[in-house]
Every structure is written in C-alpha cells, then in structure tokens.
Design a protein around this ligand. Structure first.
Ligand code: SF4
Length: 377
C-alpha cells in the first residue's frame, strides 16, 4: 500500500511564521493543474503495483482550489494508479473557506477527512500570527463540517505563542474538545529565519517563550487530551481512537512508499528520497521532465537512522520484530546495545515487545533519538 500527497502551492496571504513553499497569487491555478497532470504522467510508474491507501491535499491552502479542480486531480490519479483501496482522503482547509456548499462538494468527491488550520481560538493570537480567519469563523467551520456529516475532523493548534497564558492555551484545547473534533495536531510556534517572525526575533521585537513555558503547555495538552480518551500517538498528534489517527501521516512514520507531487513535495522509496523544485514557475516550466527533481540516495546508515527517528516519534515505537526484519539480527542487537542506557534512565520503555519513548518524554525526543543514531566512522 502507498500514500499520495498533492501539494497545492497557493495562499491568499502569508502568515507571519510560515516558511512553507506557497505563492500568494492564484492567477496560475489552471497552469499549475496542467503541470501537475504532466508530473503525474511522468511519475506513472512510481506507484505501479502499490495500491494507494491515502490521498492528501496539503499546502499552501488546498481550499483555495474549487472542488472541481480537486475532483479532476483525483480522477486523473485514479486513471494512473490503483485507487480502489483508497481509505482516507484528506483536504486541509482554512476555516474561512468552509461554506456549506464547499463542504458538500468535498463530500461528493469522496473527501472523508478534513484538517482545519485553526491555530488558535483567540483573535489576538490569530492577528499576531497573520492568519486571515477569526476565532468565530473557526468555530463556525467546525460546526458546519460536523453538520454536513464529516466525522473525521482534525484541527491544528499552536502553542508557545508569546503572550499566550497557560490558561488561554487550556481554553483553546477545551474549545476544540467541545466542538467534538476527532483529531488534534498541537505544534509549537516555530520562528524560522526567512519569515516576518524571524525578522522580528532578529531585531528583538519578538521574544520566543521560555523553555519551561513550552514544556508546561506541551504537558498540559498531553494531560488534558489523554484524560478524555485521546491517544497521544505521535509527538504532535492526538487521535480519538486508533482509527482516527492520520493514516496518511502514519505512512510517513512507518516508512511506507509515498509519492508527493507539486512544488516542494517529497517522495520516498525506502532507498531514496526525491524532492520537487521549490518554485512554482520552475515547476510549471519543467513538470513532466526530470529537471524538477533532486534525489538523495540513502545509505544503509541513513535508512537505519531514519527508521529510528520516525518510529520513535510514534507511540507504537520500534517493534523488535520489524527492526529485525528490516536490519537483521545484528541491527537489532546493535540497537539494543545503544538503547540500554536510555532504558535504565527511563527515557525509553519496553512495552509489547517494542521500544517506546514515554509520551511525557516526547518533548525531549530529539536528544533521545540522536543518542541512538548510527554514526559511520
Ligand atoms: S495558510 Fe498555511 S501555508 Fe499558507 S501562509 Fe499560512 S501557514 Fe503558510
């Protein structure tokens, strides 16, 4: 089984923290979709013999595209690849795009999972981050989606926002719970160099929150959501039951085959990673040829380290039998040797024949994971 990602590289405005690739002009939508079809043709063999289990429209802002475009893209994908076993079709939506008509159209074309870029239910924070929707629009959008029959709704929330108190963060989580969503992605605000926030931080106008504040908000989210039955199944992700996990993102973390189409998208085969050019004009000019791709061949130590990293991000952890099947008994022995100290220190636990980072230690997962990497001499 495999996963298919389609990047929609358009946004109406640029959020102050965002360094994803996108264009703020929608003039090129038709040319973009034609280029996407050329890329699909070019990549026709990539998923041959691998039925697609999940389809994900991400961005950018996929909800800027009329549903008719999404439908055409899905139909074209079905001509190229085996979509008969498709289980999950996700669209990322900006709350102010979610009209009843739009949601009904999505439902008609087979979308069964919605991911709302809410970020906060506090207007002050939405304005600060440069989001174009209001808290009331976010509440309204989620209610509409539920009323239109969607029962797999995810919201993105951001913590670690300067000026947001712990109580306000708790209020955001509570609001999402009261709105009856089935999935929450909780991310820390990132301050990347080439963004408005990056420049504000460089000039001293924006001061990132202290580490203790971040940890307190992270842990509070973990406590509140797990207390009401959400599974903390990945560092930043919570689902109401296993079947409400993002199946698409699980494919990434499980190291399954995936194909990403559109500017800045990535694909993965197990032995190589392919990156599409991060520029819309270059993409449109080169789609359908090899000129838009960069390729990274993965050595066996890259593959091993990647497996450690992606598996330990999830609550399923590193299953011993999967590790042995992938890297042999020697690989498993090496891992267990390096893991011993971390187990003694309580940073890794062994459960159900798998090594896991306890969810309350997810926040320091980067340092735990890097201690387990294989470094070639
Ligand atoms: S809507 Fe999303 S992709 Fe677009 S600028 Fe904002 S954060 Fe970035």
């Amino acid at each position: 089984m495999s996963a298919l990602y389609i990047h929609i590289p358009f946004c109406k405005t640029r959020c102050n923290y965002c360094d994803f690739y996108k264009s703020t002009s929608c003039d090129n939508v038709e040319r973009y979709v034609e280029a996407l079809f050329r890329e699909m043709d070019y990549q026709r063999d990539f998923l041959r013999m691998h039925p697609v289990k999940t389809l994900y429209f991400g961005g950018g802002t996929p909800s800027l595209l009329a549903p008719a475009y999404l439908q055409r893209i899905k139909e074209r994908a079905a001509e190229m690849w085996d979509l008969t076993q498709l289980e999950e079709v996700t669209v990322e939506i900006n709350p102010d795009d979610a009209t009843d008509e739009y949601l009904d159209d999505l439902s008609r074309i087979g979308v069964n999972r919605i991911s709302f870029g809410v970020q906060s239910f506090i207007d002050r924070d939405l304005r600060f981050m440069g989001r174009r929707h209001t808290a009331a629009q976010a509440v309204d959008a989620i209610g509409r989606a539920r009323n239109r029959g969607f029962d797999n709704i995810s919201v993105d929330l951001i913590f670690g926002i300067p000026g947001m108190s712990l109580m306000e963060w708790e209020g955001n989580i509570l609001k999402a719970l009261m709105l009856g969503v089935q999935h929450i992605s909780a991310y820390h605000l990132t301050i990347a160099d080439d963004t408005v926030f990056g420049r504000m931080a460089a000039s001293g106008e924006l001061v990132p929150v202290d580490e203790e504040v971040s940890e307190e908000q992270y842990m509070r989210c973990h406590q509140m959501l797990t207390e009401v039955g959400f599974e903390h199944y990945e560092i930043s992700n919570y689902a109401l039951g296993r079947q409400r996990r993002s199946q698409h993102n699980m494919s990434y973390w499980n190291g399954d085959l995936y194909l990403g189409l559109g500017p800045s998208a990535h694909s993965y085969t197990g032995s190589k990673r392919i990156m599409v050019v991060n520029d819309l004009e270059k993409y449109i000019a080169g789609a359908g040829t090899r000129n838009i791709y960069g390729t990274e061949l993965l050595s066996s130590s890259d593959t091993y380290n990647e497996f450690i990293m992606t598996s330990l991000r999830t609550s399923d952890g590193i299953q011993r039998d999967r590790m042995a099947a992938k890297f042999g008994f020697k690989g498993l022995l090496y891992f267990e040797y390096t893991a011993e100290r971390l187990v003694d220190e309580g940073l890794l636990v062994m459960e159900d024949n798998a090594y896991k980072i306890p969810p309350e230690k997810f926040i320091i997962s980067n340092s735990i994971i890097s201690d387990l990497f294989y470094i070639e001499a």
